[in-house]
Design a protein around this ligand. Structure first.
Ligand code: AHR
Length: 613
């Protein structure tokens, strides 16, 4: 029985309460949300990204071709290019089973090429059954220039191959095939079915670009001085401007990231789906098992300045230095950034917090209204977590990002997690959570848990399930919310739960009380199908009564808080914060062992909350 008091005003639930967390994990970007169909388009794949890679990964050569890294390159941030011999060709295998094309749809081919004495490029789209579109020819002459051609697919195929053949020697780079039909028809845009599935959630915010992706690897830039560092943390300036000038990078999750989907595209996507953009920048302390703090003051200052520049890129007028870059990319109006995360899951709370404070001071000095989000490390409890929270509380941080991946049972048992959080302390951003699985029971456990988030909407201000996307053929992390391959996508049970909550956000919490009647029918010999739990931190008194009102179990938490007083004798104890019965004799007060008859018990659980909690 649920009793509500509609007149009582509970906490306000912000429209931004539920959002999504996009990280390029499981090929969520290249081969995923980013609509590019050619894999390794700039021949930059390297063993630094993945031990099995070469600059020709995903390409096959007929005749002669080699990847060259010399001063003849397209530009200094795009180090490699392909030198294709006369009468030779290269073929790209795309992602998953190949290049996906759909009958009647248009595909834009482009390539940067140079051929001092001229060449003709023949570009074809085929699968094992033959041509997928009319072959195109492109005449190339002189230095580096971009050439284009458009295909209309005559058939649908998931196994296409894109081939570029040259009559005479040519240099090629940035070989691209892009569907014309992208989400909201944006150029350099997003795969429609995936973007639509995300948009259907009506996210209040988009947290990006990670995760471990953000603060792992080197904090150096991509320059000669750093030896063209190939394992860099996610640095936003790497990811904007013309795509051929975005230096690719090793992705923490074991592949290459082209940055074709970069900061500009993230902001644009957030705007297109009506969500608040929420970027996360590295705090100069590595996380995710790397656990190193950078002491290089110049590097720290450069990253702090980069963060200020990012805010200007998002919000500055088109006349400002970075606002102008945004305008040149096609968006003169600001993106309205209001929240920014500094750091992700640092395992060194003190080192992290010292640097976080430097970022925050610089941001607040220039942009006092921006909410600067800290985090509580990689765990949901324990020493690192406690220290991080203590520092965040003492440092009067605006908001703390918490992450946890636990069993469905844990989610069921921790519905009250935020009931006792200090209302005077930082707000909570639950930036990553999931119960371990994509089964229905996982979605259900998450739904149960989310009622606890919502009940505590005064303190839990933002929440996002994680990870968002997974290409089924390139999985580093499971479970995930939305799954896909090169031609289809499908939401998990967890996706449906998120959608249910995200598309039905209330305005206010309506305080309610519930009493339950557990189903105890069944051939019970050893135990009664009743489980309940409570912690002395949250409750003054917990009791289980039978229908006639007599007390079966109770605990007023005086004395030994780990014991129930059990009317029929027997003992109960606390394990993992849950009360469990430890003495089988106790059960016999309800059901006699071996009794084959069915019994109906109407049990009532009553818990009195501590005042103020
Ligand atoms: O969501 C997957 C990973 O989980 C994130 O990259 C990281 O923040 C967390 O450990």
């Amino acid at each position: 029985t649920i009793t509500v008091d509609p007149a009582a005003e509970g906490a306000r639930i912000d429209d931004t309460m539920y959002g999504v967390f996009f990280e390029d994990i499981n090929r969520a970007a290249d081969g995923g949300l980013y609509a590019e169909l050619v894999q390794n388009r700039s021949f930059e794949y390297s063993t630094a990204d993945n031990g099995s890679y070469t600059p020709l990964t995903s390409w096959s050569v007929t005749g002669t071709a080699e990847v060259v890294n010399d001063s003849g390159r397209l530009n200094e941030r795009n180090r490699n290019y392909l030198s294709l011999g006369a009468g030779s060709s290269v073929t790209n295998a795309g992602y998953n089973t190949g290049v996906r094309v759909e009958k009647g749809k248009r595909y834009d081919f482009s390539v940067w090429a140079r051929a001092a004495s001229g060449t003709t490029l023949t570009v074809s789209l085929k699968d094992a059954a033959g041509a997928l579109a009319t072959t195109r020819q492109v005449a190339v002459e002189g230095g580096w220039a971009q050439y284009e051609a458009t295909f209309t697919a005559a058939r649908t195929s998931n196994r296409g191959r894109l081939t570029v053949a040259a009559t005479d020697a040519a240099a090629l780079d940035m070989v691209s095939l892009f569907p014309r039909d992208t989400y909201k028809n944006q150029p350099n845009g997003l795969r429609k079915d995936l973007a639509e599935k995300i948009a259907a959630l009506k996210p209040g915010f988009v947290r990006f670009p990670g995760g471990c992706l953000v603060n792992t690897g080197s904090m150096e830039d991509y320059s000669e001085a750093s030896g063209w560092q190939r394992k860099r943390s996610y640095q936003w300036k790497d990811t904007i401007g013309p795509v051929e000038e975005r230096a690719t990078n090793a992705n923490f999750w074991g592949y290459n990231q082209s940055y074709g989907l970069g900061y500009y595209e993230y902001f644009r996507f957030a705007e297109d789906i009506g969500a608040m953009p929420l970027p996360v920048v590295p705090a100069l302390v590595t996380g995710c098992g790397q656990n190193r703090a950078t002491d290089d003051e110049a590097l720290l200052k450069r990253h702090i300045q980069d963060t200020l520049d990012l805010i200007e890129f998002a919000n500055g007028p088109a006349t400002s230095t970075w606002g102008k870059v945004r305008a040149q990319m096609g968006h003169p109006k600001p993106f309205h950034l209001t929240h920014i995360g500094v750091g992700n899951e640092e395992n060194l709370p003190r080192e992290f917090f010292a640097r976080f404070e430097r970022f925050r001071a610089a941001i607040k000095a220039e942009y006092p209204d921006i909410t600067v989000i800290s985090n509580s490390g990689p765990d949901d409890s324990g020493t690192t977590f406690d220290t991080a929270w203590q520092l965040n509380r003492e440092g009067r941080v605006d908001m703390v990002d918490e992450h946890y991946y636990n069993s469905p049972q844990w989610f069921l048992q921790n519905n009250d997690r935020y009931d006792s959080y200090d209302r005077g302390g930082p707000k909570v951003f639950l930036g990553e959570y999931a119960s371990q699985g994509n089964a229905w029971k996982n979605g259900l456990a998450e739904a149960a848990f989310m009622t606890g988030l919502e009940r505590n909407a005064d303190i839990v201000k933002l929440a996002s399930y994680a990870p968002l996307l997974a290409n089924e053929d390139y999985v580093q992390w499971s479970p995930d919310m939305i799954w896909f391959n090169n031609h289809a996508s499908w939401g998990s049970a967890n996706y449906e739960v998120q959608k249910l909550f995200m598309t039905n956000v209330g305005d206010r919490v309506v305080p309610s009380r519930a009493s339950t009647t557990p189903d105890v029918s069944g051939p019970i010999t050893g135990s009664v199908g009743l489980s309940t739990w409570a912690t002395s931190a949250a409750y003054d008194d917990v009791r289980v009564t039978s229908a006639d009102g007599s007390t079966l179990l109770s605990d007023d938490f005086s004395g030994d808080a780990s014991r129930w007083t059990h009317s029929g004798g027997g003992s109960w104890s606390v394990r993992d914060g849950q009360y469990v019965q430890t003495d089988e004799a106790a059960e016999n007060t309800l059901v006699t062992a071996g009794d084959p008859a069915w019994h109906d018990y109407d049990l009532h659980v009553r818990a009195t909350k501590k005042s103020g909690k």
